[in-house]
Design a protein around this ligand. Structure first.
Ligand code: NDP
Length: 315
């Protein structure tokens, strides 16, 4: 297998990965950044980012990521397309296999692989994948212009997706399993005030139906243990917005994770229990999960990598 040796390997191309690459590049670590399947990460599937400092009028997610990418390139980061498919962190230099076809040996590793959208686990989600089921409103919303859609979830993501879809669709139902939303106050107000959005509290989706694509959702309304109503709601699109799963799978034999799979780091630092291996961004953050906090932790990880290499006499 083709092997490349680097001082610093960064896996992931969200705000954490690119920020780590900017800092590592400026520190002359000649980082290699493996961009993964979705260069730019989750933010490329968002519309406007309104809370990234420095953009008083907001910025398109894709454009923010393009800028971060160019900034990383400017300082000499080697940005490569590819997905990390296996890892061996038993001893330094750490070995990471990319696309099952090439190997990178790295003195330091920054894991910035982010998190992936969760599904409910219904058979019908697979059956109708690409035929009415989506976990990304900004990617697929266009196909539902003037149609009726449902968004599952009651967090900030669900509210954002619902508002975005309401700009295109004729009607948006939010399916919320609890009698309240979990989202921030500002997002709650936006969805509650929106004339095209109807929130169905205490509703669970239990299946989908349709001939050649989604034509409706089987719902259960639960108000207490005994009070259960089953009914069908005609919809054209079914959007999941129920949170994310951290992409830590290939590293779990070595780094410590919590029960969901979020990588546990030391105190307030990005240090994992493997010396020279750091975790940054959503893969290690079950609490904040913001672009700006991810970028901050990417910065910390690169600074830690530089210190580690320097202490080991590797730079
Ligand atoms: P959250 O974990 O905050 O919310 C998930 C939602 O999905 C909850 O309403 C949850 O219900 C519901 N849910 C989870 N599992 C199921 C299930 N099996 N069936 C039905 N409903 C389910 O995830 P988000 O992705 O919304 O947000 C993640 C983090 O990112 C949050 O901290 C959020 O504030 C932040 N964020 C910030 C944004 C911004 O500031 N612009 C934009 C988007 C996200 P329940 O409440 O019952 O658990």
């Amino acid at each position: 297998m083709n092997t490349q040796k680097v001082k610093c390997l960064i896996i992931g191309s969200g705000p954490a990965g690119y920020t780590a690459a900017i800092y590592a590049g400026r520190a002359n670590l000649s980082p290699l950044l493996c961009e993964g399947m979705q260069p730019g990460g989750q933010l490329t599937t968002t519309t406007d980012v309104e809370n990234f400092p420095g953009y008083p009028d907001g910025v398109a997610g894709q454009s923010l990521m393009d800028d971060l990418r160019r900034q990383a390139e400017r300082f000499g980061a080697d940005l490569q397309y590819g997905t990390a498919t296996a890892a061996d962190l038993s001893a330094a230099p750490y070995k990471v296999t990319i696309d099952e076809s090439r190997c990178v040996e790295a003195d330091t590793l920054i894991i910035a692989t982010g998190a992936t959208a969760k599904y409910l686990g219904l058979e019908d989600e697979k059956k109708y994948a690409g035929m009415g089921v989506s976990a990304c409103a900004t990617c697929d919303g266009f196909f539902y212009r003037k149609k009726v859609v449902a968004v599952v979830g009651g967090g900030d993501t669900a509210c954002e997706e619902a508002v975005y879809l309401a700009g295109l669709a004729a009607k948006v139902y939010m399916l919320v399993r609890k009698p309240f939303l979990r989202a921030s106050q500002i997002m709650q107000e936006r969805v509650m005030k929106h004339e095209k959005i109807e929130i169905l509290f205490e509703h669970n989706a239990v299946g989908l139906y349709g001939e050649d694509g989604v034509e409706g959702v089987h719902l259960v309304k639960r108000a207490g243990e005994a009070d259960e109503t089953h009914y069908d709601l005609p919809i054209d699109g079914f959007f999941l917005a129920i949170g994310h799963q951290p992409n830590s799978g290939i590293f779990t034999p070595w780094v410590e994770t919590d029960e969901t799979g979020y990588i546990i780091t030391e105190g307030n630092s990005p240090r994992t229990r493997v010396p020279g291996v750091f975790a940054a961004g959503d893969v290690a953050d079950p609490h904040y999960r913001q672009a700006i906090t991810a970028a901050g932790s990417g910065c910390k990880a690169a600074l830690e990598a530089e210190r580690y290499l320097s202490a080991k006499g590797l730079i």
